[in-house]
Ligand binder design. Structure first.
Ligand code: SDX
Length: 430
C-alpha cells in the first residue's frame, strides 16, 4: 500500500501529530491512527461509521456508486453466472474454482451436510414456537461441543474442516429449525442434490410424499444466497471478527454473527418488511406510511429502505426485484398484493424529497421477503435464510482475520462521561 501523511494540529498549542495515510486497491484512503494512543488521544466514532476496523481483500462496496464486488467480481455477474458453492469457494479461497475444483468443493460440502445425530436433542430443548433464529444461534454454538477439535484455531487443517462443516451444515440447521417449528419430522439431506435444492428438500419434503424442488425456485434461492453471502464489515461480520479476535472457536463466532444479524435494523429487516407491507395492506395506505417514516417523533422506519453504506441503489435490491418478477411469474402470482404494494411504495418513496435528500434507497431486504414468501418460506424463516447465506461470508472473514499479520484481540476504548473519583460512605451517611 502506498502512503502519505495527515497532520493533526491543536488550537491549545499542543504539539501537532503526524499520522500515515494508507491506500488500498479500491475505495477510501485511511488515516492510520494506531500511534494516537501514545499521544494521549483516542478517536471517537460511535457505530464505527468512519472507522476501518481491518484491512480485507474479500468484499468491496462503493456506497455512492452502488457497487458490490466479491474478490473483485461484480455481484451482478456472480449472481447471474455462478452457483452458491462456487461463490463460497471464491469468498473463502479467493478464486472461482475451475470445473474439477468446483465439483470437488461441492462434493466435500455434500458429504458433511448431516448433523451429529445427538444434535437433534438440542432442537428438542425448545418450545415448538421458538423463533428459528433462537434455535440457530443455540445449535450452531452447540456444535463446538460436538467438534471440540475445532477450538484448535492455530491449526490450518482444523480451521479448514470447521469452515467446511459450517458451510455444509448450516442449511440442515436452518431447515431443521423450521421443521421443529412446524412440528414436522426432520428431513435428512440428500447427497444427490446441490446446495440450494438440498435445502429446499429439507424444508419442504415429508416422509409421506416425494418432493422435487422447482428448478426456477432453486435458481432464485441460489441467487438470493449469493446476493446475501458477504457484505464487508457489517454489524454481524464485525461481531464475528471481534468474537474471533479473542481466539473463540469458529462455531461460537458464527453463533455470535447469527445473534447480531437477528436485529431488525440488520438481517431481521426482511422479516420486518413483510410485516410492514402486511400492515400497509393496500396501495391506498402508502402515503400515510411514508409520512410516518418521515416523522421524527415516530419511531417507525420504512423497513428495507436506507443503508449505512449505500447512498445509491443497493445493487442487490435491483437483482432481488428482478428475481421477484421471475418467481411470481413462475408461480402465477404476478398479482401478488404484497409485490404490488412494494413496487408502488418504492416508486413513491424514490420520488419523495425526504428519501431523495437523505439518499434512502431500497436495500437487499426490501424485495427478498416477497420472493421467499412466494416460495412458501414463512416470514420467521427469512432471517434464518439470510444467516444461511451469510455464513459463507462470515467463515471467509473469520479465516482472513485469524491468519492476518495484524490480527490482535479487539479492544475499543471510550470517551468516559461518568463520575470523577469519589469515596464510599457508610450506608448510614448515604
Ligand atoms: C442490512 O451494513 C450492512 O452491510 C447491512 C446489510 C448486509 O448485507 O449486511 O446490507 C444488510 O442490514 C440492510 C439494512 C436493513 N435494515 C433496514 O432496512 C431497516 C430500515 N433501515 C434503517 O433502520 C436505516 O436505514 C439503517 C439502520 C439501515 C441505516 O441507519 P443509519 O446509518 O442511521 O442511516 P442514515 O445515517 O443513512 O440515515 C440518514 C437519515 C437519518 O435521519 P436524520 O438523523 O438525518 O434526520 O435517514 C433516516 C435516519 O433517521 N433514515 C430513515 C430510514 N433509514 C434512515 N428514515 C426512514 N426510514 C428509513 N428506513
Amino acid at each position: 500500500m502506498k502512503s502519505n501523511k495527515a497532520t493533526i494540529t491543536f488550537d491549545n498549542g499542543a504539539k501537532a501529530i503526524e499520522l500515515p495515510v494508507l491506500s488500498g486497491t479500491l475505495g477510501s484512503d485511511v488515516i492510520d491512527i494506531r500511534a494516537l494512543g501514545q499521544h494521549g488521544y483516542f478517536t471517537y466514532d460511535p457505530g464505527f461509521i468512519s472507522t476501518a476496523s481491518c484491512s480485507s481483500s474479500i468484499t468491496f462496496i462503493d456506497g455512492d456508486k452502488g457497487l458490490l464486488y466479491y474478490r473483485g467480481y461484480p455481484i451482478e455477474q456472480l449472481a447471474e453466472q455462478c452457483n452458491f458453492t462456487d461463490v463460497s469457494h471464491l469468498l473463502i479461497k479467493g478464486e472461482l474454482p475451475n470445473a474439477a475444483e468446483s465439483q470437488g468443493f461441492a462434493d466435500t460440502i455434500r458429504a458433511h451436510t448431516m448433523l451429529h445425530d445427538q444434535m437433534s436433542t438440542v432442537f428438542r430443548g425448545f418450545r415448538r414456537d421458538a423463533h428459528p433464529m433462537a434455535v440457530m444461534v443455540s445449535v450452531v454454538g452447540a456444535m463446538a461441543a460436538f467438534y471440540p477439535e475445532s477450538s484448535d484455531i492455530a491449526n490450518p487443517e482444523q480451521r479448514e474442516i470447521a469452515a467446511l462443516r459450517l458451510l455444509a451444515k448450516i442449511p440442515t440447521v436452518a431447515a431443521w429449525s423450521y421443521k421443529y417449528n412446524v412440528g414436522q419430522p426432520f428431513v435428512y439431506p440428500q447427497n444427490r442434490l446441490d446446495y440450494a435444492a438440498n435445502f429446499m428438500h429439507m424444508m419442504f419434503a415429508t416422509p409421506c410424499d416425494t418432493y422435487t424442488p422447482n428448478p426456477v425456485l432453486v435458481k432464485a434461492l441460489e441467487r438470493i444466497l449469493i446476493l446475501h453471502a458477504d457484505h464487508e464489515q457489517n454489524a454481524s461480520t464485525s461481531t464475528v471478527r471481534l468474537t474471533g479476535s479473542s481466539g473463540a472457536n469458529p462455531f461460537a463466532c458464527i453463533a455470535a454473527g447469527i445473534a447480531s444479524l437477528w436485529g431488525p435494523a440488520h438481517g431481521g429487516a426482511n422479516e420486518a418488511v413483510l410485516q410492514m407491507l402486511e400492515e400497509i395492506g393496500s396501495v391506498n395506505n402508502i402515503s400515510k406510511c411514508i409520512e410516518r417514516a418521515k416523522d421524527k417523533s415516530d419511531s417507525f422506519r420504512l423497513m428495507g429502505f436506507g443503508h449505512r453504506v449505500y447512498k445509491n441503489m443497493d445493487p442487490r435490491a435491483s437483482m432481488m426485484r428482478h428475481t421477484c418478477h421471475e418467481v411470481l411469474n413462475e408461480l402465477g402470482l404476478t398479482n401478488d398484493p404484497m409485490f404490488k404494494i412494494a413496487l408502488a411504495l418504492e416508486k413513491i418513496a424514490l420520488e419523495d424529497e425526504y428519501f431523495i435528500n437523505k439518499k434512502l434507497y431500497p436495500n437487499v431486504d426490501f424485495y427478498s421477503g416477497i420472493v421467499l414468501r412466494a416460495m412458501g418460506i414463512p416470514t420467521n424463516m427469512f432471517t434464518a435464510i439470510f444467516a444461511l447465506a451469510r455464513t459463507a461470508g462470515w467463515v471467509a472473514q473469520w479465516s482472513e482475520m485469524i491468519t492476518h499479520p495484524e490480527a490482535k484481540i479487539g479492544r475499543p476504548r471510550q470517551l468516559y462521561t461518568g463520575n470523577i473519583r469519589r469515596e464510599v460512605l457508610p450506608v448510614n451517611q448515604r
